[in-house]
Design a protein around this ligand. Structure first.
Ligand SMILES: [Fe+2]
Ligand SMILES: [Fe+2]
Length: 311
């Protein structure tokens, strides 16, 4: 089998796996009510209804917690683009189509319950938030005709990264209501990750070489879907400095568990191209591990400098 695989063949070959995993997902996913996670009683009107504009002093969130929540929310906001991309890759027929719609319905509540929480608690500047949302959605998200195996590898990494990012943001926010909300959202993301991870496992059986290529490419070029958020690079750096999401976490809690689960370094049946992809993958993982260590050392030095200045 060459490098280019027929998409129709793959969709057909993987469809029974989609059916099984959709059933598994529906059995595992517990119904939950977003409105039960929002502290409505602390809310009050904004200026146009006779209340007051947002005042930064009202936010009980630290500036970094605010940044992390904004980035997570704006990332969730771009759902119409993500829906378009997975519909393009998976189609809208039978089990694939059923998954596309179910997944979209679950993702839909993430943005609105996080927004409800932030607006009711006056956690962030609502004007800045709305302007950023307009900008992000106007830009949209484009996967550039990514082939299906690459999409499956990407969303496996991305759903797990999103799960960890929500969970750690909730812990960092230092508000039990926020933590409860974000850990509930993270539970959704975990089930999404499991669904995609299982599809990649099945793809490794029917097309080991091309799937290894897809994993290697997506691991090497991984970027969060929120990369178009205004000021993303600076915000991601702050989030990393705070230890909410950094290279160490990316390596230890996203990349390694997935690669272990897929058993990428031990599976057999690879053709020459597949072996080449696996060698590339090993080199990328080693480079990431080294980068993570350098980052941690740098951060420790920065923190020590700041502590010395404050002493
Ligand atoms: Fe989500
Ligand atoms: Fe998700």
């Amino acid at each position: 089998m060459g490098g280019m695989l027929d998409t129709a063949w793959l969709l057909q070959e993987l469809e029974p796996v989609v059916t099984r995993n959709l059933e598994r997902h529906l059995a595992m996913a517990k119904e939950w009510m977003p409105h039960e996670y929002v502290p409505w009683s602390v809310g009050r009107d904004y200026a146009d209804l006779g209340g007051a504009d947002w005042d930064p002093n009202e936010s009980r969130l630290s500036p970094i917690a605010r940044t992390a929540l904004e980035v997570n929310l704006l990332t969730e906001d771009n759902l119409p683009s993500y829906h378009r991309e997975i519909e393009r890759a998976f189609g809208r027929d039978r089990a694939w189509g059923a998954w596309v719609h179910r997944w979209t319905a679950e993702e839909g509540r993430h943005a609105y319950c996080i927004r409800d929480y932030l607006l009711v608690t006056r956690g962030v500047d609502p004007v800045e938030l709305e302007r950023a949302r307009m900008q992000v959605m106007t830009t949209g998200f484009d996967a550039d005709e990514k082939p299906i195996l690459h999409v499956l590898a990407y969303v496996s990494f991305q759903e797990l990264a999103t799960r960890i990012s929500h969970r750690n943001t909730g812990r960092f926010a230092d508000d039990p209501v926020c933590e409860r909300l974000l850990s509930r959202v993270a539970t959704d993301e975990n089930l999404h990750m499991v669904f995609y991870r299982n599809l990649v496992s099945a793809a490794l059986e029917v097309a080991p070489g091309p799937t290894m290529r897809a994993i290697a490419d997506e691991m090497a070029g991984f970027e969060m879907p929120g990369a178009m958020i205004p000021g993303f690079t600076r915000k991601a750096a702050q989030i990393a400095q705070a230890g909410i999401y950094d290279l160490r976490i990316h390596h230890d809690e996203i990349v390694q568990p997935l690669l272990r689960h897929w058993d990428v370094f031990d599976i057999g049946g690879l053709d020459a191209e597949g072996e080449l992809a696996r060698d590339e993958l090993a080199a990328t993982v080693a480079a990431l591990a080294a980068q993570a260590t350098r980052f941690e050392e740098q951060r420790a030095r920065t923190r020590a400098r700041v502590a010395a200045r404050q002493a």
